[in-house]
Design a protein around this ligand. Structure first.
Ligand code: AMP
Length: 182
């Protein structure tokens, strides 16, 4: 039996719809993995310091990869897409003779796509690198709305709450609207 993974996809820079579509196409190419379902696209008010509205979607994958291997495949997609389009802020300092130039810290890189593992079967993982179910799910309407479209009866393995129940009871008041299809 393949594993059933739900992936949260978000973009708030550049051509957001195209970024989400590209991430989906790249996820479909992950080995031993197939796209089972996709939600509609939603537009959501940002949390935190970001100013631009996000485009969000949830993708259900069937995969033979482990959660950790899936995380590293998703990070590769984020890096490839970020690196391809991100504009460097300043010219990097030349590397000292004989030493490789230091890569910028990940938080400094402009990322056009964010891919999170929301659920992975009913697994509970709590390591520094990976937390599953994603801890923000109950506080993120932009995740719960698309998730409720594809898997309303999915049960959170730690709280026992369904996605529908979490959506009905979340305290997140940020605006999330269904985007018209193009
Ligand atoms: P972010 O910048 O919000 O995409 O966070 C990326 C970091 O979160 C990565 O270094 C991951 O190792 C870590 N992380 C922990 N749990 C998860 C998860 N469920 N899905 C994606 N990234 C995760």
């Amino acid at each position: 039996m393949p594993h059933r993974a739900f992936i949260g996809v978000g973009s708030n820079l550049g051509d957001r719809r195209a970024n989400v579509a590209e991430a989906l196409a790249r996820m479909a190419e992950i080995p031993e993995t197939r796209v089972a379902r996709t939600s509609s696209l939603y537009e959501s008010e940002p949390h935190g310091v970001a100013k631009n509205l996000f485009v969000n979607m949830v993708v259900e994958l069937e995969t033979d990869l482990s959660a950790v291997d899936m995380l590293s495949r998703l990070a590769d997609i984020e890096d490839q897409m970020g690196r391809k389009r991100a504009k460097p802020k300043a010219k990097p300092a030349p590397a000292a003779k004989g030493k490789a130039a230091k890569a910028p810290a990940k938080k400094d890189v402009s990322r056009l796509i964010d891919l999170d593992i929301l659920f992975f079967n009913t697994e509970v993982v709590n390591t520094p690198k990976l937390r599953v179910p994603h801890p923000e799910i109950p506080r993120r309407r932009f995740v719960l709305m698309p998730l409720a479209e594809v898997a309303p009866q999915l049960v959170h393995p730690e709280t026992g709450l369904t996605v529908s129940k979490m959506l009905a009871t979340t305290e997140d008041r940020k605006r999330v609207v269904l985007m018209p299809p193009r």
